[in-house]
Design a binder for this molecule. Sequence first.
Ligand SMILES: *Cc1c(COP(=O)(O)O)cnc(C)c1O
Length: 395
Amino acid sequence: MQDFHSALGLATRRKPVQPITLVRPHAARRAARFFVEKFPGKSLYAVKANPAPDLLEVLWDGGITHYDVASIGEVRVVSQTLPQATMCFMHPVKAEEVIEEAYFCHGVKTFSLDSLDELEKIRKATRGATDLNLLVRLKVSSEHSKLSLATKFGADSDELSQLLLETRQVADAMGICFHVGSQAMTPAAYTEAMERVRTAIIESSVTIDIIDVGGGFPSAYPGMEPPPLESFFEAIHEKFEDLPISYSAELWCEPGRALCAEYESVLVRVERRRGNDLYINDGAYGALFDAAHIGWRYPTELVRAEESDAPLAHFSFYGPTCDDMDHMKGPFVLPEDVKTGDYLEIGMLGAYGCAMRTGFNGFGVEDRITVSDEPMMSLYSFSAERPDESNVVRL
Ligand SMILES: *Cc1c(COP(=O)(O)O)cnc(C)c1O
């Protein structure tokens, strides 16, 4: 596989007919180093955001040793790709058979739960194991996040104290976790949730060994530029220091999006233009699920050897399938003269983008190609690390 510096070299030389996923290992590595060095605790990568084995390896090399998994499929992928990694099973509703396989075959000792039913399942499936880390998931608000995760999981306050007390009897190490929703736009999302944690600890008087603030750390997208990640880390650390927990208690987080959003982009081709609708060869059943279903906007660039000097205009996309729902409203910003046959790069698709692909209607991707230029947007400074470009084709 030949590496290219950027989308342009690839489009010019290969003229790909199907979309191509462009991967930027240096960007994911930079994100991993950032969390490892700056988050005041342990960072678990939430695998569901993007389970690509090549990404798992980059994050491992960047110092991420713990992985938040949510299904037996994710357990198997991580276990095969990174046999030394520590996995934490953070889905609060699991099949007993899955808990059993995770514990006995893959050495998973950390589980989350939000009900007495689940506690009983974990106890039975691990045959009364005494080396478990159990984290009780609290229900918290998603009001500061672009994507809500507030209704599905989390223990209700009326049974919380009992759940904490009974879990304490089973757990070796005992924690509290929550999830503020994805793409949290302010540190207040975490500090308000940690107030709930404080109340729960005081009301139940249980000893807590782990506080896990979950995922939700933002990335940069058009129209969504969050404050620096350091401000989130500082606010979390301050609240953590103030909780009624022991000196040796650990602080964890579970970033998905923030670690991988910059890792991938997609090179697509315009197959038809109708007004300001562009018919492209990737869409809602490919990497653009969130663009279609929740109106997420991604940065776009025209990939043409001779740069266009036309003014910028707003476009919508249609994907390649025959389904009306395969429509991405945008707006996506491109030069006004974009036309059939042009290539476009759509950026920031490393989280919940390429991971959502289906093969519906026979449309898929052609290839994954490593590029060394910078992602279109970033929450990390570009000076941190430069990739090795010695064997890269430059155009
Ligand atoms: C989805 C999820 C994450 C990752 O969320 P991001 O918004 O991608 O950071 C972390 N923890 C849990 C339990 C999740 O369900």
